[in-house]
Design a protein around this ligand. Sequence first.
Ligand code: FAD
Length: 476
Amino acid sequence: KTHKSKVLIIGAGASGIAAAKALAAKGITDYIVIEGRKDVIGGRMHNINWPPGTNGTVELGANWVEGVNGPTINPITELANKYNLVRTPTNWDDISVRDARGAVAEKVWGPIAEKFDAMHEEAAEMAAQRVQDGLQDMSLRAAYRMLGWNPTTPVEMAIEWNGFDAEQAERPDVSSHAYTADMHSFGPDYDFVVDKRGFKTIIEQEANAGGLGYGSQRLHLGKVVNSIQWAKDTGSSKATTNVSPTPQVTVKTKDGTTYVADYVISSTSLGVLQSPDIKFTPALPPWKIQSIFEFNIATYTKIFLNFPKKFWSDTEFTLYADSKRGYFGYWQNTKAKPYKKFFPDNSNIFFVTVTDLEAKRIEQQSDEATLDEIMVVLRKTYGPNTPRATHIHVPRWHSDPLFRGTFTNWPIGQVRQEFENLRAPVGNLWFTGEHTSLKYFGYVHGAWLAGLDIGGSVAQCIKGKCPSMPIHTTVK
Ligand code: FAD
């Protein structure tokens, strides 16, 4: 079957739905959104009912509205207010630290945390200055070293992991000093989403308002794209401008459906773009391919555990300092005061986050093997009688072919032009998604703003006033 529309949007996450909204706002309503998942939209905003047998909800993907109470309102806060999304403020300072021998006294870890925070702030100022002075990028690790921070003990490593990896899901060693030392945001505070409908309800309701509700003619679920013909195949991929040699783009999905549109907006993740799953015809131009492969998609995995009883401290967070950096190091307490009333009384959820190589490793093994490892850690620090968790849930974002990671991290040395190439269209095939937001890559608000932006640009093209987007064919 062939479907024709003015615009086809691939992916019904925050960015895809925002792109549809921006088109509609400019009077373009002839669009179809296709989504690989069979029964749900929202993409990396995704919740499940858990633990089994309760009415609890846990967010497997995005959990915080990041950047609130600043001078400018976060657009996600606006949506959250519009749809009465239930959330509760996070207090990052409500934290305790443990190691293999038990609790670590605050007088031991407190000064280390203070030193790290002050040093990281200095690294951010230094990054801004270096960008202004036109100096070459370096790793965030190099900046840390220059500022006298050289973690060696488990506690120092845990504090550093908490201060950086918990946000970017990769190590300072591989991260850009210029682009990750200071993650831009709308405000200093974070709201933790605890809504039974899930964080994604704001996307579902925006979709509904745009005629893209479940069951609507314009939202096609279970359509996994495996081919995109974006220009006539002349055997070479010379297209380096926004002007397409062929006006239409043809997209095919695994179930044999064909979509033909004047414009296509792809919002699939950077991980999907890096995979061989979608065949582009002709091949994407070299400047585009280079930019896609040069950025990193990180993996951030929350491992949900439900225990027969609470045995941990009352603080919102507990850092576990292992001699192996990032080894089951970051625990969140759903029994802490601000969260307790939002989780079922008959649950005792204590969840731990792992990132990067640890996250990828854990995806590859059985959940029972992961629980065995976790119980060794917990029994070391809380004592041999610590009860075994009754349930474990491990999301597998990195292995999931519709995501292949969780969010973008800016690696060392990628220049602004590379980012502009990542964002630039080829022919009438446009790109959006969190990875195309310069200021807010990695975040829901980045995905949303990028979608609004690209949807607006495509609407302008349809009206004959296509904005020109820079393309750099000579980035070395
Ligand atoms: P996606 O949500 O990935 O949407 C793209 C859509 O395309 C998906 O629905 C996917 O199914 C679909 N798709 C992919 N491939 C195909 C294909 N071949 N054919 C058809 N459809 C396809 N951000 C925050 O602001 N705060 C947080 O606390 C936070 N924590 C996070 C924790 C985790 C574990 C994860 C995974 C992400 C987190 N993020 C957080 C990041 C945030 O979730 C993302 O930046 C944002 O949701 C990305 O939206 P998107 O529209 O760009 O991409």
